[in-house]
Design a protein around this ligand. Structure first.
Ligand SMILES: [Zn+2]
Length: 127
């Protein structure tokens, strides 16, 4: 009998798979009931993903996962970041939700309620 993973475990497995592929090692990877965003990456490399991401399309899940994990390597949303993102998620521009507010401590992808500009704390090479 095949053991079924809970959706959250499945998503974690997916995220850890991406972490290996992207060669990043998140300080922690949590799933939280984030109400206003899909994912979060702190300046210290702790990644949180919204629990209800499990209800989303897999392509969108991958986008949010890769976006946040890449922030461990590239803090800003500059050219280096978008180049890496495009390498792994070529159609991310189609998937992008009204993207990203900026928290005081890091990236918050996909602010759900508004289309605020996408910025990230400590943005250096972004313009
Ligand atoms: Zn971001």
């Amino acid at each position: 009998m095949k053991a079924h993973l809970y959706p959250e475990q499945e998503l974690r497995r997916r995220a850890m798979g991406w972490a290996l592929r992207l060669k990043v090692n998140p300080g922690s990877l949590r799933f939280e009931a984030l109400k206003d965003r899909w994912g979060y990456c702190s300046l210290t490399g702790d990644v949180a993903l919204a629990l209800d991401l499990v209800d989303q399309d897999e392509r969108f899940q991958d986008y949010v996962i890769v976006h946040e994990l890449l922030h461990i390597r590239v803090r800003s949303h500059g050219k280096r970041f978008t180049a890496l993102l495009s390498a792994y998620i070529p159609d991310w521009r189609d998937l992008e939700p009204p993207m990203d507010g900026t928290g005081p401590n890091g990236c918050e992808v996909g602010r759900r309620e508004s289309g605020r500009n996408h910025r990230v704390a400590g943005d250096k090479d972004g313009r």
